[in-house]
Design a protein around this ligand. Structure first.
Ligand SMILES: [Zn+2]
Length: 436
C-alpha cells in the first residue's frame, strides 16, 4: 500500500521564508509556493515553523534493565512528541551496551517501535568500569553500526584508556563522547559547589572537576588526532577551554542540555530532588556563558540527557535521590525560551544545533537534512506563537521526573514526520501503522 501524501501549506522555513512543502513516498517531494496536489492531505501550518526532525545525541532509554522507568517504545513516543526523529540511546543499561548483542537488541527494539531512528551508543569500557576497552570494533561492525561511544554516567578517567579508545575509533571515523567528571574531586557530591551548597550543607561539586577533564581530553585528542565530543558542558570555564581548543583547530565538539540553559543551583534551596542532576545545575553566570557559547557555535549542539527515573528514586530525600531529569518533550520549548525569545539565535541556528549538527557529529546521514527536495521527510513543526503548561501526568515518557512541571513554556509542537509518516499529528501521537 502506498503511503499517504501530505501537503504542508504556508509554513515558515528556518531561513524565515514562507513555502509549501509536499511530503510523499517518504521524501520531501517538493518545496515551493502554491503547490497543488489533489491527492494530498492538506495541513495548514501558517504561522508555524518547519524544522528538520530533531536529533538527540544523548538519551537514556533504560531498556534493557529498567523498563519500569522507560522502554525503547515509551522513549520513542516521548521523542516523537518532542519533535525528534532520531535518538541516541546511551550505553548505561543493564546489561551494559558494551558488546554487539546489546546494541543490536536496542537497535531492533527501535525499529519495532518504528517512531524514529534509535541509534545505540556503545560503551567505551567493559561494564562502564573504566579499565578494559569494550567490544568497540564488533559494535561498529554490527547491524547497529555504532559510531558514538560513551561511558556516560561515568567518566573515562584513566588517560591511557582514553587514549587507546580515541586511537581505536579513528579507523571508522567514530567519536568518543566524554562525561567530564573528575571522580576524586566529586566523591559524594550532591550539587554545584558554591554559595548555595555551603548554605544548604550539601556536598559540593566543583566546576574544576568538569574543566580539568575537558582540558586533559582536548590535549589528548589533539595528540592522537582523533575525534572527541564533550557531553553536557555546564561551566563557564569549560566553555573557555573548548573555545581555546577550537581556535587551535582541535577536533572537539560539545553539547549543552536544555536544563542547563535555564535552571540554576538556586533551585536546590527547595531541597526538591527533581532538581538533582549530573552534572549539577550551576550559577547564573554559567547559564549566561552557555547561552552565549551555543549562539556563537563554541558549543555545537543541544542534547537532552533525557534521564527517566521511577517515582521511588526521585521522591525521597535529596541525598538518596537518583541524578537526572526528563528532557525530550520540553527541549525545543526551553530552547525557544532561552535562545529565540531572548534574541540570541534564529530558527536557522536552532535547526543546526538540534538537527544538522548532531546528525553530522554522529554520522546519521539520513537525518539533519535541512528540508531539501529529495531528502528523507524527517520534519517537525512548532507553533512558536502558542504556549503550553507542562504537566508531568501528561508526558509520553513512562517516568514523571520533569523539573518543568507547572511551567508555562512557549512553542507548541504540532507535528512530527518520520520518513514521511506522521508520528505526531495535530499534537496527537500516531502509533506505527495507523497512518500508513
Ligand atoms: Zn552524563
Amino acid at each position: 500500500m502506498a503511503t499517504k501524501r501530505y501537503l504542508l501549506k504556508n509554513g515558515s522555513l528556518p531561513d524565515g521564508s514562507t513555502s509549501d512543502v509536499l511530503i510523499a513516498d517518504g521524501l520531501i517531494k517538493n518545496r515551493a509556493a502554491n503547490i497543488i496536489d489533489a491527492d494530498a492531505i492538506i495541513i495548514d501550518v501558517k504561522g508555524s515553523v518547519l524544522l528538520p526532525g530533531l536529533v538527540d545525541l544523548h538519551t537514556h532509554l533504560r531498556e534493557p534493565g529498567r523498563e519500569d522507568a522507560e522502554t525503547v517504545l515509551s522513549g520513542s513516543r516521548s521523542g516523537a512528541k518532542g519533535g525528534f526523529t532520531a535518538l541516541s540511546a546511551m550505553a548505561n543499561t543493564s546489561p551494559v551496551a558494551d558488546n554487539a548483542g546489546v546494541v543490536e537488541q536496542v537497535y531492533r527494539l527501535g525499529q519495532e517501535a518504528g517512531l524514529l531512528d534509535v541509534f545505540p551508543i556503545g560503551a567505551v569500557t567493559k561494564g562502564l568500569e573504566g579499565s578494559a576497552l569494550s567490544e568497540i570494533g564488533a559494535m561498529a561492525d554490527s547491524i547497529a553500526r555504532v559510531r558514538v561511544f560513551s561511558d556516560d554516567g561515568n567518566c573515562v578517567f584513566d588517560p591511557l584508556v582514553m587514549r587507546r579508545a580515541l586511537e581505536y575509533i579513528k579507523k571508522f571515523d567514530g567519536v568518543i563522547a566524554q562525561h567530564a567528571q573528575e571522580p576524586r574531586l566529586t566523591v559524594g557530591s550532591q550539587m554545584n559547589e558554591g554559595a548555595v551548597s555551603a548554605i544548604l550543607g550539601l556536598k559540593g561539586w566543583p566546576a574544576i572537576a568538569e574543566e580539568a577533564i575537558i582540558a586533559r581530553d582536548v590535549l589528548l585528542v589533539d595528540h592522537v588526532k582523533s575525534r572527541l565530543h564533550i557531553c553536557h558542558v555546564t561551566t563557564a570555564g569549560g566553555v573557555e577551554i573548548i573555545r581555546w581548543a577550537k581556535a587551535r583547530g582541535i577536533n572537539v565538539s560539545a553539547e549543552v542540555t536544555p536544563h542547563h540553559l535555564l535552571l540554576t543551583d538556586e533551585l536546590a534551596r527547595s531541597y526538591n530532588p527533581i532538581f538533582k542532576v549530573n552534572p549539577p545545575l550551576r550559577t547564573e553566570k554559567d547559564v549566561m556563558a552557555l547561552r552565549e557559547a551555543l549562539a556563537d557555535g563554541t558549543i555545537d549542539i543541544v542534547a537532552t540527557d533525557h534521564a527517566p527515573h521511577s517515582t521511588e528514586s526521585k521522591e525521597c530525600e535529596w541525598s538518596e535521590a537518583s541524578f537526572g531529569m526528563l528532557g525530550l518533550e520540553t527541549a525545543l520549548s526551553i530552547v525557544q525560551k532561552t535562545m529565540i525569545d531572548s534574541g540570541l539565535m534564529n530558527w536557522a541556528q536552532v535547526a543546526d544545533r538540534l538537527s544538522t549538527a548532531p546528525a553530522r557529529i554522529a554520522g546519521y546521514i539520513e537525518q539533519g537534512q535541512n528540508l531539501e527536495i529529495g531528502a528523507r521527510a524527517n520534519v517537525m513543526i512548532i507553533n512558536p506563537g502558542a504556549s503550553w503548561t507542562v504537566d508531568r501526568d501528561l508526558v509520553a515518557s513512562k517516568s514523571r521526573n520533569t523539573p518543568f512541571h507547572g511551567y508555562e513554556l512557549p512553542g507548541v509542537i504540532t507535528h512530527t514526520f518520520f520518513n514521511g509518516t506522521p508520528t505526531l499529528l495535530n499534537g496527537v501521537l500516531v502509533e506505527t501503522g495507523d497512518a500508513r
